[in-house]
Structures are given as C-alpha cells and as structure tokens.
Design a binder for this molecule. Structure first.
Ligand SMILES: Cc1cc2nc3c(=O)[nH]c(=O)nc-3n(C[C@H](O)[C@H](O)[C@H](O)COP(=O)(O)OP(=O)(O)OC[C@H]3O[C@@H](n4cnc5c(N)ncnc54)[C@H](O)[C@@H]3O)c2cc1C
Length: 335
C-alpha cells in the first residue's frame, strides 16, 4: 500500500534496451498526464547484468568491441518520431549524452562506437528513469535471473528468482529477454567430445566478450567457424586485444604489427568470404530508405484481422523480403 492505495505489482524480466524502453514507457504512463497517473505500482526489474545495458551492452567489455550501428542512430529515449499515444519519458540521444558527459572525446554521428560506451549510456539512462519515477511508483531491482513463470490460482503470476529471493507475485510480466543462449545440440556435443578426446580446446558459440579466449595459447593454431559479426569481434580480441596494432604502410595499405601473443587464426565459413565491413564515411550519414512494400498501410490491413489471423511466412516475410530487395537494388543502381 502506498498512501492507503493498493500497489499494483508488475515484473519486467530482462533489462537490456527493450526492458529499459518498457520501463520508460511504464513510468511515463504512471506519471503526469499518463493513463495510469496516480496509480501506486511496484515495478520489479529482473536482470543479472547492469540494468539498462544488459548482457549485449555490458559496460565492462573491452573498448575494441564496436557497435555495428552508427552513433547517430542510437537513443534510449523516444523522440518525435515515436507516435505512441500518451506522455513519453524523453532524454538525450547517445551523441548528446556523450557530449554532455565528456566521454572519450567528441563522438561523431557516422562513427561505430564501442558497445561498452553504449552500455554506459544505457545504464545512465536507467538511472535517469529511476530519478524521474513518479511518486508512488517503486522500481525494485533484482540482480538475478528469473528461472520460472507460473499462473497462480487467483489469476496472477508468480516469478521464481535464481537467487532465492521472492518468488514475486505480480499481475503482469513483460519478457524482454532478448537473445537467449543456444542449448547444446548433438552437433555441439560431438565437437566437444572430439576436442576432449584429442586434447583440444573448443569454445562454444556465445557472446564474444564472455568467451574464454584466454584459453587459446599464443601461436596455437585456432580454427574459427563463421565469418560474420562475431568473427570480427573474436579477431579484434585476439589481435589488438592482445597488444597487436593495426597501422598503415607508407603507401596507405593496411599493416598489422603483432605482439607475438596472438594465436594463428584459420577462419572459414559456408560462404567462404567474410561479410563486407560496414563503411564509415566521415561526415556522411546513410540516406535511409523509403518503405514501399512493408508499409504501415499493409501492416494495418494485416493487423485488422486480429490475433492468429496472419501467417508470417506467407504474408509478412514476403513483404520484408521485397522491401530488402528494393533497398538493395536501389543502392546498387545508385552506385
Ligand atoms: C554480440 C552482439 C552484438 C550486437 N551488436 C549490435 C549493434 O551493434 N547494434 C544493434 O543495433 N544491435 C546489436 N545487437 C542486437 C541486440 O540484440 C539489440 O541491439 C538489443 O540489445 C536487443 O535488446 P533486448 O533488450 O531485446 O535484448 P538484450 O539486449 O539481449 O537484453 C536481454 C536481457 O535479458 C536478460 N535476461 C535473459 N534471460 C533472463 C532471465 N531468465 N532472467 C533475467 N534476465 C534475463 C539478459 O541478461 C539481457 O541483458 C547485438 C547483439 C549481440 C548478441
């Protein structure tokens, strides 16, 4: 009870960018001018990592792990382009925040900043939201994982926590758990078993900054499977992360100065070629793309059918594929 009013308990599980956005919208809806203004509420936020940043954007990861999106496109707060009804909890974009907080020199909109920097911004945004929480609303932080969710006989929900606190009895739960870990399949077990039998190290797929790369000895031959985003991160950690330096020859061609602590990397993938690196054009932001197929009009028509009335594979996916194709061909023609 808060001031005699019963408190509405809700839980948000996962506090990466999505959980953070949900928290911001909830606080705005409970605040001045919001549909639930004056309602007393307890918002239980369950997240084992730093709130706001979560696992992907851990502020503690090495600075060399970069965002694949541009600094000028990142924000933790809704801006004028968001058309949800009701009030919004607004705040600075990543760029504005980094300038206000004198982080790592001036950050330019066309740069790919470190994910740790983005994580510090997201965690700051979380603190800012707490500071601006309306009176009568408590945000209760649980630095642990949720391990079970069950319906109770009275129609409520029960969330079990790994650290033994709780369980939480709530009326509603938002699951914002993002990328979850892959369960080990037969293929993984075979590879792990093979590695164990031959005295080799196998590191399973996972988040780059959490991988036990220190188990890879300098000079050891290391086979890397996959040449996409995770590969670039591993490469960074195993080269500049081990003291090597990327520089240039006098003619401008790239040059790598090893530290001698690197393993020997043998990399491959099904396609056999790495993805193209994201371009970075100082002073220029990508032009963007005007939707032609995956439009609001199309979506509204599909949404009008109600829950269960739309087949993703035959009705939604083709619109997305056509849109991506249109963007690709438009760019190819322009170039
Ligand atoms: C390595 C990596 C790099 C990426 N880089 C970019 C990028 O550069 N740009 C970009 O736009 N996107 C990037 N992404 C995509 C990324 O998923 C999104 O940007 C964004 O983080 C998604 O937000 P989210 O809150 O939905 O999920 P997440 O950020 O994944 O957050 C989910 C949170 O839920 C928590 N959680 C999970 N299970 C539980 C549980 N049982 N109990 C409690 N908490 C739980 C996790 O700890 C995690 O913090 C990247 C993803 C990965 C994996």
């Amino acid at each position: 009870m808060t001031g005699g009013r019963p408190e509405v308990p809700v839980a948000v599980i996962g506090a990466g960018p999505r959980g953070l956005a949900v928290l911001g919208q909830l606080l705005a809806a409970l605040g001045p001018g919001g549909p639930w203004e004056g309602t007393a509420a307890a918002v239980h936020l369950v997240e084992p990592e730093e709130a706001g940043a979560g696992r992907v954007w851990s502020p503690h990861q090495p600075a060399g792990l970069l965002m694949n999106t541009l600094a000028g496109h990142a924000t933790a707060f809704p801006d004028a382009s968001v058309r949800t009804p009701g009030p919004r909890l607004t705040g600075p974009t990543l760029l504005e925040w980094s300038r206000e907080h004198h982080e790592t020199g001036p950050l330019e909109p066309w740069e790919h900043p470190g994910r740790a920097l983005m994580g510090r911004y997201l965690h700051w945004a979380y603190g800012e939201m707490l500071r601006r929480a309306p009176a009568g609303v408590r945000v209760v932080r649980h630095r642990t994982r949720a391990t079970a969710l069950a319906r109770t006989p009275d129609g409520g929900l029960r969330v079990t926590l790994e650290n033994g606190d709780g369980p939480l009895a709530v009326g509603a739960v938002v699951l914002a758990t993002g990328h979850t870990d892959q369960r080990e399949g037969p293929g993984d077990r075979e590879l792990t078993g093979f590695a164990a039998r031959h005295g080799l190290v196998r590191l399973p797929p996972g988040y780059p900054h959490e991988a036990a790369l220190d188990r890879l000895e300098p000079g050891a031959e290391v086979l890397v499977r996959g040449l996409a985003l995770n590969f670039f991160d591993q490469l960074t950690l195993l080269t500049s992360g081990r003291g090597g330096r990327f520089t240039q020859h006098p003619d401008g061609t790239p040059r790598y100065l090893p530290s001698g602590r690197e393993p020997r990397i043998v990399a491959g993938s099904g396609r056999g070629v790495p993805y193209l690196a994201r371009g970075q054009a100082p002073g220029a932001m990508p032009r963007g793309h005007r939707l032609r197929h995956f439009t609001g009009e199309h979506l509204e028509r599909l949404l009008a059918r109600g829950p269960g009335g739309v087949d993703f594979r035959t009705e939604v996916w083709p619109l997305i594929a056509r849109e991506a194709g249109a963007a690709w061909y438009a760019t190819a023609l322009r170039l």
